[in-house]
Design a protein around this ligand. Sequence first.
Ligand code: NAD
Ligand code: UD1
Length: 337
Amino acid sequence: MNILLTGGTGYIGSHTAATLVAAGHRVILYDNLCNSQASVADRLQTITGHALPLVVGDIRDTALLSKTLTTHQIEAVIHFAGLKAVGDSVKDPVTYFDNNVGGTISLLQAMKAVGIKTLVFSSSATVYGVPHYLPYDEKHPTGAINPYGRSKLHVEELLSDLAHADAGWRIACLRYFNPVGAHDSGLIGEDPSGIPNNLMPYVARVASKALPQLTIFGSDYDTPDGTGVRDYVHVMDLAEGHLAALISLSKGDSPIRYTNLGTGIGISVLQLVDAFQRASGQTVPHILAARRPGDLPAYYADVAKAKAELGWTAKRTLEDMCESTWHFQVTSRHANK
Ligand code: NAD
Ligand code: UD1
């Protein structure tokens, strides 16, 4: 299948590209490079042995999207492109809605114009908001608590309306939990510019001594060790989830479905730090500090629907997540010297 990946040079997009090419698909990357680098396409060529075309463009450029869909005879789109920093979305909601919601509208217009109706959308567990119960299953009420989350929820609602208007669409909304880890090659991974907001990249930088210590936000939560609990999922498992979603869309007759992609296992900040220290052989100095505003104490996925509908379960362990993150950290540090 010819598959367009918007946001294809980004963290999750690049890993999914590697998985799709390995499964025999032809992948075209489309990215404006606002949070990734064109060199990712070269690294993907090294990994896969295939040249992956990269179209540098914005998803809000409907004409360029339409042209790309036609030129490359695209049959399905996986829509990763989006902005994802919660703090920035609070400061500048207009930019977030323009990019995430406006960008998706532009993509849907281009897809409609050329008659492509198969779409996988990068949604997030953040659409569930404050837990009414755990684990979150897909029937859990939605209620995002920040502009980033609301932009994802708006897109889900738009896609739901679209699927009801035209049952010819095949749409999968994948609600990712906390993606971490890297490709085994060490050539691609999560490499945020500046100081990372998220836990795993921050821990990796402390272990490599690029940052002095980790600040643990909150040690008085109602969790087994008092620190926040999340469902960390290996990015290569997530990548395989996209492949499974595409296969299931081609077989299914439902115009839209929503699926959690997580492991179903809650891991605390201290557990992750401990696992990372073991995997890397480095110490991760840390201090306990106040809770981060807006953080939830704990959440994790009910993964029964992913197994039943996609035939997908996450296979990789927390150790695999930490080892691959460390391997990428060390490899990219050498590459940048
Ligand atoms: P990322 O920032 O690494 O990748 C997103 C890519 O989209 C980047 O390469 C960026 O340059 C590109 N992009 C952004 N706006 C664009 C635009 N207007 N036009 C073209 N390209 C554009 O992020 P990621 O972690 O790979 O996330 C991919 C998707 O998954 C995002 O939509 C994100 O919201 C969603 N998601 C991510 C996480 C996570 O923790 N990483 C969790 C849940 C959902
Ligand atoms: C955050 C976003 C969420 C997004 C997700 C992507 C917020 C409020 N939520 O989720 O919308 O989908 O990233 O993966 O930003 N922690 C520390 N010290 C740090 C960093 C994090 O203790 O320096 C803790 C946090 O308090 C939390 C856990 O580590 O308990 C995970 O944090 P993080 O990786 O930022 O992810 P989320 O907060 O789950």
